[in-house]
Design a protein around this ligand. Structure first.
Ligand code: ADP
Ligand code: MG
Length: 624
């Protein structure tokens, strides 16, 4: 990685300033990013007491030379950039040279490191701002950074720490994101000696399964497309796969986990028609673009970025996600087949074997020279680490500059087109709330209800609306375990192997909770005596097989097969088109729908369409 140098004032003044070490999770993030920048492919993270007592990050990366060890603790000391120009082509996650200095000012920090080819390493400690001398230390290639007693000597800061469990949750969230952003690296993360997360460097799908389980992977659409030089890929949840908060949302831009408003709102708006209030889609979105399109030097933690053109980015993301969700024209070029969907036990992909712990490794000889992790799309490294087909790159010389301008011009055109389409669509249909002041005009074609509210008129598909309401209610009851049982005439017998037996035994409470009476009848045999009333026509064998194919079922999950059944059930019991509705029925339906007119039925059709007065006035040429 080269030598550590102290940045000139003129350089560091150009770097977004601010505190980087606010909480234990920010320390974890900085240390892991350093490990990633060091070229490691095996990183292990250990915390105790929510990171307050100890945070330890070990890697098998390039290591730090003896002479550089004291420098690493100095402010503005970095090996990643040298001058102002380097800021335009940042290829590493870190570049401020301040993380270790900041951490060392609020904790005791020990760095132990050995570089490639050396026969021993060195260790150095900094405490209360006093940096010690490097001492010889037998070690393996790589670096371990330990942070003890974070904020302990700074009561004003310690006071603002959350209870350890909550700090741990925040750390787990950030580690999950770092794993998802670097699925090619093996990670191991333990908290208070308990293994929390482990990944084996086998790619994004594997990382998602390690973190969220097969169930989650199978509830997603896999997307992969290149639009105007911007590559968008990843997993986006089907519209019914919703979560109660945003911790299940990850955006990775050029290998960096980021939180960015433009991207978040583009995704959110694409989903908005499908979502109940306070429900959030699940997604892990990977975006790769030429680095000329994006400035990473805007936030001290480098968690946000600035785009050359927000609208272009918004438009591209919005259109890709919308198309995928709508299943509309063009979706087939975006959505890839999902191998985890309805997986049968035999076809489950094999997860790689764990690598040995970094800490346990004896002098690992690296057979390839260390290369800095260039996220530049020109570098072969980029293609290798981030994309099967690297995004089209347009770089620095005049010819390439012209091509870059072309892309922007093309993007502008594209965005205008998108905006036009969006306006047209909005005129036809959008998310809207209806409060008390509406008037039911009546029913037409024995299929649609018409509703007037202020200057707007709503057409509501009576079947789609009712179906969605019933579906949501069934799902909610199901999740809360509020389901009646229906006895079977003859019990269904299920034979299992040992592993499946063990899994099912652990899930009996869960299954009972959903109204399924299942007991262990004999060795490797279970009998089912009753099923949930809402699922009387359920194929019990298929259902159990489905659950066994997954084996990661968690308490809050509703298995696919059940969801599909509930959707069928909702469809069957919803009022049909062709049914004349009484005033009472119309009123009841519309009151229930009140805040959720922008919803879609469980099959994705819209529930309501809005027409504004302006549009109607235009029909009659009252206005033009
Ligand atoms: P930055 O990451 O912005 O350069 P830091 O304060 O995080 O600043 O780190 C200072 C320097 O210490 C880095 O530039 C790098 O040279 C070195 N360093 C820190 N952690 C590691 C590591 N795990 N492996 C190798 N070098 C490291
Ligand atoms: Mg750093």
């Amino acid at each position: 990685m080269g030598k550590i140098n102290i940045l000139d004032k003129s350089v560091y003044n150009r770097i977004a300033a601010g505190e980087v070490v606010e909480r234990p999770f920010s320390v974890v993030k900085e240390l892991v990013e350093n490990a990633i920048d060091s070229g490691a492919d095996n990183i292990s993270i250990t915390i105790t007491d929510g990171g307050k007592q100890l945070i330890r990050v070990s890697d098998n990366g390039c290591g730090i030379e003896k002479d550089d060890l004291p420098k690493a603790f100095m402010p503005h000391a970095t090996s990643k950039i040298e001058n102002v120009e380097d800021l335009d082509t940042i290829a590493t996650l870190g570049f401020r040279g301040e993380a270790l200095a900041s951490i060392a000012s609020v904790a005791k920090v020990t760095i132990t490191s050995e570089i490639e080819g050396a026969s021993f390493g060195y260790t150095i400690t900094a405490e209360n701002g006093v940096v010690g001398e490097p001492e010889m230390y037998p070690f393996d290639k790589g670096t371990t950074v330990e942070v003890f007693d974070l904020f302990k000597n700074i009561p004003a800061r310690a006071k603002f720490l959350k209870p350890s469990k909550n700090e741990e949750t925040d750390i787990t969230n950030i580690v999950s994101r770092l794993i998802l952003a670097h699925p090619e690296i093996s990670f191991k993360y333990t908290a208070d000696d308990k293994m929390i997360l482990q990944s084996y460097g086998g790619g994004l799908s594997e990382a998602i399964i390690q973190i969220y389980g097969y169930e989650a992977a199978s509830d997603c659409m896999i997307i992969d497309t290149v639009k105007n030089g911007i590559k968008i890929s990843g997993y986006i949840g089907n519209y019914y796969f919703v979560k109660p908060n945003r911790t299940y949302q990850t955006v990775i831009l050029n290998g960096r986990y980021i939180i960015n408003n433009t991207i978040q709102s583009a995704i959110h708006n694409a989903y908005s028609g499908y979502l109940m209030k306070r429900k959030y889609p699940f997604y892990i979105l990977n975006i790769e673009m030429p680095k000329e399109f994006v400035d990473v030097n805007v936030h001290p933690n480098k968690t946000d970025v600035r785009f050359m053109d927000n609208q272009v980015i918004y438009g591209i993301i919005y259109s890709v996600i919308s198309k995928a969700l709508d299943g509309s024209a063009g979706a087939e070029n975006i959505v890839k087949s999902n191998p985890y969907f309805q997986l049968d036990p035999g076809s489950r992909p094999i997860v790689k074997q764990p690598k040995p712990d970094v800490a346990d490794m004896k002098l690992v000889k690296c057979d390839r020279p260390y290369e800095p992790q260039l996220f530049s799309p020109t570098s072969p490294h980029f293609a290798f680490r981030h994309a099967k087909e690297p995004v089209e790159f347009v770089g620095g010389d005049p010819e390439e500059k012209a091509a870059l301008d072309d892309i922007f011009a093309e993007n502008k055109k594209y965005i205008e087109q998108l905006e036009k389409e969006q306006k047209e669509r909005e005129a036809k249909q959008e998310t809207f709330d209806v409060d008390e002041n509406f008037r039911i005009v009546g029913q037409v074609l024995t299929t649609y209800l018409i509703l007037e509210k202020g200057q707007e008129i709503f057409f509501i598909d009576q079947h789609a609306a009712h179906e969605r309401l019933i579906f949501d209610k069934l799902m909610e009851d199901f999740k809360k375990g509020k389901v009646a049982e229906q006895s079977l005439l003859v019990p269904v017998v299920i034979r299992t192997n040992e592993k499946e037996t063990e899994f099912l035994l652990g899930k009996l409470d869960y299954l009972h909770g959903m109204g399924m009476d299942i007991v262990e009848y004999d060795v490797n045999q279970f009998n089912v005596y009753s099923v949930p009333l809402v699922l009387t026509d359920l194929d019990v064998n298929a259902f159990i097989e489905d659950i066994l194919s997954d084996m990661t079922l968690r308490q809050s999950d509703v298995p696919d097969i059940i969801r599909e059944k509930l959707a069928q059930k909702a469809c069957k019991s919803a009022i049909k088109s062709g049914k004349v509705l009484s005033d009472g029925e119309k009123g009841a339906l519309l009151m229930q729908l009140k805040d959720n007119m922008g919803l879609r039925c469980p099959h994705g059709r819209p529930v309501a369409v809005k027409i504004t007065r302006t549009e109607i006035d235009k029909w009659f040429k009252r206005i033009v």
